[in-house]
Design a protein around this ligand. Structure first.
Ligand code: NAI
Ligand code: A1CAB
Length: 275
Protein backbone atom coordinates (compact mmCIF):
# COMPACT_ATOMS: atom_id res chain seq x y z
CA UNK A 1 0.00 0.00 0.00
CA UNK A 2 1.26 3.50 -0.85
CA UNK A 3 0.15 6.50 1.19
CA UNK A 4 0.56 10.19 0.33
CA UNK A 5 0.30 12.99 2.86
CA UNK A 6 -0.67 16.50 1.79
CA UNK A 7 0.59 18.61 4.67
CA UNK A 8 3.40 17.53 6.98
CA UNK A 9 2.70 19.12 10.35
CA UNK A 10 2.26 17.50 13.75
CA UNK A 11 -0.79 15.39 12.88
CA UNK A 12 0.87 14.01 9.73
CA UNK A 13 4.00 13.14 11.69
CA UNK A 14 1.97 11.40 14.39
CA UNK A 15 0.29 9.27 11.74
CA UNK A 16 3.53 8.56 9.84
CA UNK A 17 5.26 7.52 13.05
CA UNK A 18 2.40 5.20 14.12
CA UNK A 19 1.86 3.66 10.70
CA UNK A 20 5.57 2.80 10.33
CA UNK A 21 5.95 1.57 13.90
CA UNK A 22 2.95 -0.75 13.51
CA UNK A 23 4.46 -1.94 10.19
CA UNK A 24 1.32 -1.10 8.21
CA UNK A 25 3.59 0.27 5.50
CA UNK A 26 7.34 0.90 5.26
CA UNK A 27 8.75 4.44 5.22
CA UNK A 28 9.52 4.21 1.50
CA UNK A 29 5.84 3.56 0.77
CA UNK A 30 4.93 6.98 2.18
CA UNK A 31 5.25 10.16 0.11
CA UNK A 32 4.81 13.59 1.61
CA UNK A 33 4.11 17.07 0.28
CA UNK A 34 4.47 20.14 2.47
CA UNK A 35 3.85 23.67 1.31
CA UNK A 36 5.75 26.02 3.54
CA UNK A 37 8.97 24.43 4.68
CA UNK A 38 11.34 22.27 2.58
CA UNK A 39 13.43 21.47 5.64
CA UNK A 40 10.42 19.73 7.19
CA UNK A 41 10.45 17.04 4.49
CA UNK A 42 14.20 16.48 4.94
CA UNK A 43 13.58 16.11 8.66
CA UNK A 44 10.88 13.48 8.06
CA UNK A 45 13.03 11.71 5.45
CA UNK A 46 15.88 11.38 7.92
CA UNK A 47 13.63 10.28 10.78
CA UNK A 48 11.26 7.86 9.00
CA UNK A 49 12.75 7.15 5.54
CA UNK A 50 9.71 8.63 3.78
CA UNK A 51 9.89 10.04 0.24
CA UNK A 52 9.17 13.54 -0.99
CA UNK A 53 6.19 13.92 -3.32
CA UNK A 54 7.94 15.84 -6.06
CA UNK A 55 4.87 16.50 -8.19
CA UNK A 56 1.13 16.19 -7.58
CA UNK A 57 0.88 14.12 -10.78
CA UNK A 58 2.67 11.32 -8.84
CA UNK A 59 -0.61 10.87 -6.94
CA UNK A 60 -2.16 9.37 -10.08
CA UNK A 61 0.09 6.32 -10.30
CA UNK A 62 1.70 5.69 -6.96
CA UNK A 63 -0.95 6.24 -4.29
CA UNK A 64 -3.68 4.12 -2.70
CA UNK A 65 -4.55 6.53 0.12
CA UNK A 66 -4.28 10.34 0.11
CA UNK A 67 -4.29 11.88 3.58
CA UNK A 68 -5.14 15.58 3.86
CA UNK A 69 -3.39 16.83 6.99
CA UNK A 70 -3.55 20.58 6.45
CA UNK A 71 -5.27 23.18 8.65
CA UNK A 72 -8.98 23.76 7.91
CA UNK A 73 -8.17 27.19 6.40
CA UNK A 74 -5.90 25.48 3.82
CA UNK A 75 -8.21 22.62 2.88
CA UNK A 76 -9.92 24.34 -0.04
CA UNK A 77 -6.61 25.14 -1.79
CA UNK A 78 -5.33 21.63 -1.07
CA UNK A 79 -8.50 20.03 -2.51
CA UNK A 80 -8.38 22.23 -5.60
CA UNK A 81 -4.73 21.30 -6.18
CA UNK A 82 -5.29 17.51 -5.98
CA UNK A 83 -8.78 17.12 -7.47
CA UNK A 84 -7.68 16.45 -11.05
CA UNK A 85 -5.17 13.80 -9.97
CA UNK A 86 -7.45 11.60 -7.84
CA UNK A 87 -7.98 8.21 -9.50
CA UNK A 88 -10.76 5.66 -9.18
CA UNK A 89 -10.14 3.30 -6.26
CA UNK A 90 -8.03 5.76 -4.29
CA UNK A 91 -9.20 6.61 -0.79
CA UNK A 92 -9.16 10.22 0.43
CA UNK A 93 -8.78 10.82 4.18
CA UNK A 94 -9.22 14.21 5.88
CA UNK A 95 -8.29 14.97 9.49
CA UNK A 96 -9.29 18.64 9.21
CA UNK A 97 -11.51 19.72 12.12
CA UNK A 98 -14.97 20.90 11.07
CA UNK A 99 -14.65 20.20 7.33
CA UNK A 100 -17.66 18.13 6.28
CA UNK A 101 -17.74 15.19 3.88
CA UNK A 102 -20.23 17.09 1.72
CA UNK A 103 -17.90 20.09 1.48
CA UNK A 104 -15.00 17.86 0.40
CA UNK A 105 -17.27 16.05 -2.08
CA UNK A 106 -18.38 19.40 -3.51
CA UNK A 107 -14.78 20.16 -4.52
CA UNK A 108 -14.15 16.80 -6.22
CA UNK A 109 -15.38 14.73 -9.14
CA UNK A 110 -18.18 12.25 -8.40
CA UNK A 111 -17.93 9.25 -6.13
CA UNK A 112 -14.56 9.73 -4.44
CA UNK A 113 -14.46 7.53 -1.31
CA UNK A 114 -13.77 9.86 1.64
CA UNK A 115 -13.03 9.25 5.32
CA UNK A 116 -13.38 12.15 7.75
CA UNK A 117 -11.50 11.66 11.00
CA UNK A 118 -11.18 13.43 14.34
CA UNK A 119 -8.06 12.22 16.14
CA UNK A 120 -6.37 14.01 19.06
CA UNK A 121 -2.80 15.04 19.83
CA UNK A 122 -2.09 11.88 21.85
CA UNK A 123 -1.67 10.36 18.38
CA UNK A 124 1.98 11.48 18.83
CA UNK A 125 2.49 8.56 21.23
CA UNK A 126 0.02 6.13 19.62
CA UNK A 127 -2.70 6.94 22.19
CA UNK A 128 -5.22 8.99 20.21
CA UNK A 129 -8.94 8.59 20.77
CA UNK A 130 -10.14 8.87 17.16
CA UNK A 131 -13.58 8.77 15.58
CA UNK A 132 -14.04 8.32 11.83
CA UNK A 133 -16.99 8.69 9.48
CA UNK A 134 -17.36 7.54 5.86
CA UNK A 135 -19.13 8.91 2.83
CA UNK A 136 -21.40 6.74 0.67
CA UNK A 137 -18.61 5.79 -1.75
CA UNK A 138 -16.41 4.06 0.85
CA UNK A 139 -16.28 0.29 0.27
CA UNK A 140 -15.83 -2.39 2.95
CA UNK A 141 -12.20 -2.75 1.89
CA UNK A 142 -11.67 1.01 2.29
CA UNK A 143 -13.31 0.91 5.73
CA UNK A 144 -10.90 -1.83 6.81
CA UNK A 145 -7.97 0.15 5.43
CA UNK A 146 -9.05 3.31 7.30
CA UNK A 147 -9.52 1.40 10.55
CA UNK A 148 -6.06 -0.13 10.17
CA UNK A 149 -4.47 3.28 9.53
CA UNK A 150 -6.12 5.04 12.46
CA UNK A 151 -5.66 2.09 14.82
CA UNK A 152 -1.91 2.69 14.33
CA UNK A 153 -2.30 5.95 16.30
CA UNK A 154 -4.69 4.72 19.01
CA UNK A 155 -8.28 3.69 19.70
CA UNK A 156 -10.59 4.18 16.68
CA UNK A 157 -14.38 4.19 16.58
CA UNK A 158 -16.66 4.48 13.55
CA UNK A 159 -19.47 7.04 13.98
CA UNK A 160 -22.08 8.79 11.86
CA UNK A 161 -20.73 12.10 10.60
CA UNK A 162 -23.31 14.07 12.62
CA UNK A 163 -21.56 12.87 15.79
CA UNK A 164 -18.20 14.40 14.88
CA UNK A 165 -18.88 17.82 16.45
CA UNK A 166 -19.56 16.05 19.74
CA UNK A 167 -16.44 13.92 19.28
CA UNK A 168 -14.43 17.10 18.65
CA UNK A 169 -15.83 18.69 21.83
CA UNK A 170 -15.16 15.57 23.88
CA UNK A 171 -12.01 13.80 22.73
CA UNK A 172 -10.59 16.08 20.01
CA UNK A 173 -10.19 18.91 22.52
CA UNK A 174 -10.17 16.48 25.48
CA UNK A 175 -6.40 16.31 26.08
CA UNK A 176 -6.49 20.07 26.82
CA UNK A 177 -9.06 19.55 29.59
CA UNK A 178 -6.83 16.97 31.26
CA UNK A 179 -3.76 19.23 30.92
CA UNK A 180 -5.85 21.96 32.57
CA UNK A 181 -6.44 19.66 35.55
CA UNK A 182 -2.71 18.88 35.64
CA UNK A 183 -1.93 22.62 35.64
CA UNK A 184 -4.31 23.17 38.56
CA UNK A 185 -2.87 20.25 40.55
CA UNK A 186 0.70 21.49 39.98
CA UNK A 187 -0.27 24.98 41.14
CA UNK A 188 -1.98 23.51 44.20
CA UNK A 189 1.11 21.42 44.97
CA UNK A 190 3.21 24.56 44.86
CA UNK A 191 0.85 26.42 47.18
CA UNK A 192 0.83 23.60 49.75
CA UNK A 193 4.64 23.54 49.78
CA UNK A 194 5.62 20.46 47.73
CA UNK A 195 8.93 20.42 45.87
CA UNK A 196 8.21 21.19 42.17
CA UNK A 197 9.88 18.20 40.50
CA UNK A 198 8.46 15.70 42.96
CA UNK A 199 4.98 17.28 42.62
CA UNK A 200 5.10 17.09 38.80
CA UNK A 201 5.87 13.35 38.93
CA UNK A 202 3.18 12.72 41.52
CA UNK A 203 0.60 14.56 39.36
CA UNK A 204 1.53 12.64 36.19
CA UNK A 205 1.48 9.27 37.95
CA UNK A 206 -1.84 10.09 39.63
CA UNK A 207 -3.40 10.85 36.20
CA UNK A 208 -1.88 7.72 34.61
CA UNK A 209 -2.90 5.51 37.55
CA UNK A 210 -6.49 6.81 37.54
CA UNK A 211 -6.74 6.43 33.73
CA UNK A 212 -5.38 2.86 33.90
CA UNK A 213 -7.85 2.02 36.69
CA UNK A 214 -10.70 3.35 34.54
CA UNK A 215 -9.47 1.25 31.63
CA UNK A 216 -8.71 -2.01 33.42
CA UNK A 217 -11.00 -2.25 36.47
CA UNK A 218 -14.27 -2.27 34.55
CA UNK A 219 -15.70 -0.03 37.30
CA UNK A 220 -17.73 3.14 36.69
CA UNK A 221 -15.83 6.37 37.50
CA UNK A 222 -18.35 7.13 40.24
CA UNK A 223 -17.58 3.81 42.00
CA UNK A 224 -13.83 4.36 41.70
CA UNK A 225 -14.26 7.83 43.18
CA UNK A 226 -16.33 6.48 46.07
CA UNK A 227 -13.68 3.83 46.76
CA UNK A 228 -11.12 6.61 47.38
CA UNK A 229 -13.48 8.61 49.57
CA UNK A 230 -13.51 7.52 53.22
CA UNK A 231 -16.34 8.98 55.34
CA UNK A 232 -15.03 12.02 57.18
CA UNK A 233 -11.68 11.69 55.38
CA UNK A 234 -9.49 13.87 53.18
CA UNK A 235 -11.05 13.10 49.78
CA UNK A 236 -14.52 13.89 51.09
CA UNK A 237 -13.23 17.31 52.24
CA UNK A 238 -11.68 17.92 48.80
CA UNK A 239 -14.65 16.76 46.72
CA UNK A 240 -16.97 18.93 48.84
CA UNK A 241 -15.04 21.99 47.64
CA UNK A 242 -15.29 20.83 43.99
CA UNK A 243 -19.04 20.51 44.45
CA UNK A 244 -19.29 23.97 46.07
CA UNK A 245 -17.56 25.32 42.93
CA UNK A 246 -19.85 23.28 40.60
CA UNK A 247 -16.80 21.75 38.90
CA UNK A 248 -18.73 18.82 37.41
CA UNK A 249 -21.28 21.20 35.86
CA UNK A 250 -18.39 23.36 34.57
CA UNK A 251 -16.90 20.35 32.76
CA UNK A 252 -20.26 19.44 31.27
CA UNK A 253 -20.71 23.03 30.05
CA UNK A 254 -17.12 23.02 28.73
CA UNK A 255 -17.71 19.97 26.50
CA UNK A 256 -21.05 21.43 25.32
CA UNK A 257 -19.39 24.78 24.45
CA UNK A 258 -16.58 23.05 22.51
CA UNK A 259 -19.14 20.91 20.65
CA UNK A 260 -21.18 23.99 19.75
CA UNK A 261 -18.05 25.81 18.58
CA UNK A 262 -17.14 22.88 16.32
CA UNK A 263 -20.51 23.21 14.57
CA UNK A 264 -20.21 27.01 14.39
CA UNK A 265 -16.71 26.81 12.88
CA UNK A 266 -17.88 24.29 10.29
CA UNK A 267 -20.82 26.50 9.24
CA UNK A 268 -18.70 29.65 9.14
CA UNK A 269 -16.03 27.93 7.07
CA UNK A 270 -18.51 26.56 4.55
CA UNK A 271 -20.27 29.93 4.19
CA UNK A 272 -16.94 31.72 3.57
CA UNK A 273 -15.74 29.04 1.14
CA UNK A 274 -18.94 29.02 -0.90
CA UNK A 275 -18.66 32.80 -1.56
N1 NAI B 1 -3.84 19.59 16.69
C1 NAI B 1 -4.94 18.95 17.11
O1 NAI B 1 -5.27 18.80 18.31
C2 NAI B 1 -5.80 18.32 16.09
C3 NAI B 1 -5.69 18.67 14.76
N2 NAI B 1 -6.52 18.12 13.84
C4 NAI B 1 -6.47 18.54 12.45
O2 NAI B 1 -5.27 18.12 11.81
C5 NAI B 1 -4.98 19.00 10.74
C6 NAI B 1 -3.50 19.29 10.71
O3 NAI B 1 -3.15 19.90 11.93
P1 NAI B 1 -1.63 20.09 12.34
O4 NAI B 1 -0.81 18.92 11.88
O5 NAI B 1 -1.64 20.47 13.76
O6 NAI B 1 -1.24 21.38 11.41
P2 NAI B 1 0.18 21.96 11.06
O7 NAI B 1 0.01 23.41 10.80
O8 NAI B 1 1.21 21.50 12.04
O9 NAI B 1 0.55 21.25 9.65
C7 NAI B 1 -0.08 21.51 8.45
C8 NAI B 1 0.99 21.56 7.35
O10 NAI B 1 0.34 21.58 6.09
C9 NAI B 1 1.09 22.40 5.20
N3 NAI B 1 0.22 22.80 4.10
C10 NAI B 1 -0.78 23.72 4.12
N4 NAI B 1 -1.39 23.76 2.92
C11 NAI B 1 -0.78 22.86 2.12
C12 NAI B 1 -0.97 22.45 0.77
N5 NAI B 1 -1.92 22.98 0.00
N6 NAI B 1 -0.15 21.50 0.29
C13 NAI B 1 0.81 20.96 1.05
N7 NAI B 1 1.04 21.31 2.34
C14 NAI B 1 0.25 22.25 2.87
C15 NAI B 1 1.58 23.53 6.07
O11 NAI B 1 2.74 24.13 5.49
C16 NAI B 1 1.90 22.80 7.39
O12 NAI B 1 3.24 22.38 7.45
C17 NAI B 1 -5.86 20.24 10.95
O13 NAI B 1 -6.83 20.33 9.97
C18 NAI B 1 -6.50 20.05 12.31
O14 NAI B 1 -7.84 20.50 12.34
C19 NAI B 1 -7.40 17.14 14.17
C20 NAI B 1 -7.50 16.72 15.46
C21 NAI B 1 -6.74 17.29 16.53
O1 A1CAB C 1 -9.14 23.47 19.12
C1 A1CAB C 1 -9.38 23.08 17.96
O2 A1CAB C 1 -10.10 23.76 17.20
C2 A1CAB C 1 -8.79 21.77 17.45
C3 A1CAB C 1 -9.83 20.77 17.07
C4 A1CAB C 1 -9.66 19.61 18.02
C5 A1CAB C 1 -8.52 19.97 18.81
N1 A1CAB C 1 -8.03 21.11 18.48
Amino acid sequence: MNISFIGAGSMAEAMISGIIEKKIVAGNEITVLNRSNGHRITQLQEKYGIKKLTSLSELEKHTDVIILAVKPKDILTALQSIQSYIQQGQLLVSVAAGISLSFIESQLHNDVPIVRAMPNTSAMIGKSATAIAFNQSVSDAHQKMALKLFSAIGLTKVVEENQLDAVTGLSGSGPAYIYYIAEALEQAANEIGLEEQIAKQLVIQTLIGAAEMLKHSGEAPENLRKAVTSPGGTTEAGIKVLEQHSVKEAFIDCVKAATKQSAVLAQTFEQVSSK
